[in-house]
Design a protein around this ligand. Sequence first.
Ligand SMILES: [Zn+2]
Length: 404
Amino acid sequence: MDELIDAYLSNNLECSYYWDLWNGIVIMEMDEAYTGEPGIDWDDPLNEDRYISIPQIDTNEAYDVMMKFAKHTDSDPKMQLFNALKGSKSFQSFKDTLSRLDLWEEWGQFERSYAEDEIRSWIEKQEQIGRSVKELFGVGKKGRNELKRKVSPKKTMNISLPDLELHAILRAADDIIAEGGRTQLAKILKGSKEKKLLELGLDRNPSYGFYRDLTLEKIMEKVDHMIRTDFIKTELGGKLPMIEFTARGWAIERERRAEELLREWDHYLDNKITPFSMDYLKERNRGMIFLFLFKILCSGDKKYIPFLQMWEKFDVKKVRAAIEQVIEDLNRRDRLGENGWHQMLEERAKSLIVRSTNPIFLTCQECGNAFVFDEFDLSCYTAEGLRFPEKCPNCGYHEGGKQY
Ligand SMILES: [Zn+2]
């Protein structure tokens, strides 16, 4: 808040102040001619959402504030400040008078509290036009005094749904990406018997009926929560907004789908079943298929080799090469020793884990700063699914998940 007030009160015309909504800090942008560095790239549409311009006090307003102070302070019985403002060069003589009367501190408090009120109503307006800026420093519904207290970022963060629900909603969304909207997603989760849903075979989705006992309205709230916490989003497809994964939503879903494929193979092997063909693995999302291969590799188990060999015959060149490599690596397992094996896994991660097109930004639960998720960090891939680190590298990263 202090920084916002400083920005508001600064009447420096050469620079503008912006609020970086991704990590809640105030930044100052000066003309490139002064700094020699390029400023914010406004051609990038992402930046339009990321930075909002902080209002600054203008000259008339500044004059009014001085006038108000001059009229209301009890420390200036002879109205010297008031008289100073009436003359020419009023700003300078106001300041001189402040010095003479030793009122700088009182003035400073008055001015800041005025600026704070202005900033607060500006934030209200931002909220009204749909920008959730409050949570950036926890203004919330609490009173003024709360505002001065430092709010820990943990409390102000949007907490995501429990893993079980998170995974279920992502799985339901997976079958309607770019084809269905929020309502359809909610209906799958509800287990709706609607004709259209059944025609599309959406009742075969594993998450069909996951929220059977909730009202559609409550389910919609969960769906919207998933949108707010940045796991899914809606994008205009034709006339209607359609569900899409965000980078981090897809990272989680992709991992779950790859895990699903692996468990399926385990099931076949345990029951001595051989799939008739591996065709079902063709034309699936490449990132997911490669992650599946990586999981097979990480198991270090040669039992998968016959299936891999079957699959290899069917798939396209690039996937075939990856499959061959995994077979070769599994065969080398015993010769490599523990260290060599882990070193190799880390190397393979770089080719088999396909990086998302957009970086995945996470918010540190400790300091509140944004940081980019390192998708190659193998300790984040746990048996229960992908775990995003809670802390940024500066704050000690995460307290190690179960090793992959
Ligand atoms: Zn941190």
